[in-house]
Design a protein around this ligand. Structure first.
Ligand SMILES: *Cc1c(COP(=O)(O)O)cnc(C)c1O
Length: 454
């Protein structure tokens, strides 16, 4: 039943609120869904419906909803010192402590954080500072970034240019100059007769071809998500990233792992690069760094890059009013404290992920599912017209949206990209909740199949 306030709020929303990543005309017609409360792995909407959030908000609520400690940390910091900046030889204690904590957690010699407010801004920061890094070493022409078609690195001009989504490039005249893209590693669609491991090497060597075509002296960096999230959770074969790393080292191209989704435990390791066994030079982080409780992003650099930026970079003409905001830093520290003290990442990896993988494979047996892929606590079901063949529906996206809407009616939030049903629950998901998830997805798949049969 619809609560009377809901209708009034929906009218106001339609009248005054432009939504990101929505067809706003269609949304106004349909009425937006208003969420009011969250606890653990569940959220409630304005009409009182309880929903299992198998998408953790937007890949980000890693510790689950309703942890009062984060609100208390924010409140303490706001009372003590609500704001100060990090420009002009200043900063605050939580900002310093967070930078040090991130250095301790980040793999290898990635020991330096530049704070911004989002993943997109972290990527813009990387774009500017990496070009600056090469320029101050007398290589201003080494300014090209290589990303991947269908990659996602956010929506600022830089982030959306580094990403490879055509629909995004169309709006606003992107990409900006000197950004190139190679094809993504997606064995299901592109692997042909190769084994996934053989294919991983083939897909990685597209980077070498591109570097040689452009000239290694022109290529500043390669950027990729360890697992490509937004396009449909493309999990590359294990051979892919070590080969990418080898190629980057060979041509002295900086390797950027966009850890905005994978970071802070999504794969069962703290960072996606650890899951795949490679060492990036630079990584943007956001989302899970605060479990989404407050906005924060950081660009993290290794010792080599930071040393040049410090010793030769001069004044870094970059930053934001809220770079290193003390309240955001205090909340991030509290989030990381909870992740560490409650062993949330390790418990997800050892206690829940194996069981989730088993049940995910069972979902893979459904007649609508062509592939069930999963890595730790992130996965996808690829819905297909013909289970025997690795091929998509003709009208891509229709079936995925249908399944997503049916899941919602069954009390489950899943995301659909085209016909991939995406999974990314809070890391605190229990085994019982895995069973609940399984039941709700299976039912939604059955109902989707029945609708298609009509
Ligand atoms: C979400 C995301 C971003 C952008 O982060 P925002 O905080 O939305 O700006 C960048 N990279 C990846 C891989 C993401 O998933």
């Amino acid at each position: 039943m619809q609560h009377p306030d809901t209708t009034a709020l929906q009218r106001l929303d339609a009248a005054h609120h432009l939504h990101p990543f929505n067809d706003n005309a269609a949304l106004a017609e349909r009425g937006t869904r208003i969420l009011t409360r969250g606890e653990g792995c569940y959220v409630w909407d304005a009409d009182g419906n309880q929903l299992l959030d198998a998408f953790a908000g937007l890949w980000c609520v890693n510790i689950g909803y309703g942890r009062k400690e984060l609100g208390e940390a924010a409140s303490r910091q706001m009372t003590e010192l609500a704001y100060y900046n990090s420009f002009f030889q200043c900063t605050t204690e939580p900002t310093i402590r967070l930078a040090a904590k991130l250095a301790e957690l980040a793999p290898g010699d990635i020991n330096h954080a530049f704070f911004m407010n989002s993943g997109s801004e972290a990527n813009d920061t990387i774009l500017r500072l990496v070009r600056h890094f090469w320029a101050v070493q007398d290589q201003p022409q080494k300014n090209i970034f290589i990303g991947r078609h269908d990659g996602y690195h956010g929506t600022t001009i830089g982030g959306a240019s580094l990403g490879g989504m055509k629909g995004m490039h169309k709006q606003g005249g992107l990409p900006i100059p000197d950004i190139h893209h190679i094809d993504p590693p997606f064995w299901f669609a592109d692997g042909g007769d190769l084994s996934p491991d053989e294919y991983g090497l083939v897909a990685a060597r597209r980077l070498e071809d591109k570097i040689l075509q452009l000239g290694p002296e022109r290529v500043a960096a390669f950027i990729g998500e360890p697992i490509m999230g937004a396009i449909g959770v493309y999990i590359p074969p294990q051979t892919y990233w070590p080969e990418i790393e080898r190629i980057c080292r060979k041509y002295d191209v900086l390797l950027i792992a966009d850890e905005v989704i994978c970071g802070f435990g999504r794969t069962g390791e703290w960072f996606g690069s650890q899951y795949f066994g490679f060492q990036p030079d630079i990584m943007p982080v956001a989302k899970g760094i605060t479990s989404g409780y407050i906005p924060l992003g950081a660009a993290m650099f290794n010792d080599r890059v930071a040393k040049v930026l410090k010793e030769q970079g001069g004044e870094l003409a970059h930053g934001a009013t809220y770079s290193g905001h003390p309240v955001c830093a205090a909340v991030a520290l509290e989030n990381i404290r909870i992740l560490q003290e409650e062993h949330i990442v390790e418990r997800a990896r050892d206690e829940v992920a194996p069981y989730l993988a088993q049940r995910w494979a069972e979902l893979g047996e459904h007649r609508l599912v062509g592939e069930a892929r999963i890595a730790g606590m992130v996965g996808a079901l690829e819905l297909v017209p013909d289970k025997g063949r690795r091929a998509f529906f003709e009208d891509r996206g229709k079936v995925g949206s249908l399944c997503r809407d049916l899941a919602l009616r069954n009390g489950l939030i899943l995301r659909a990209t085209y016909d991939s049903m995406l999974l990314s629950p809070p890391l605190i998901l229990t085994r019982d909740q895995v069973d609940e998830l399984f039941g709700k997805i299976w039912k939604s798949l059955d109902e989707t199949a029945a609708e298609l049969g009509k």
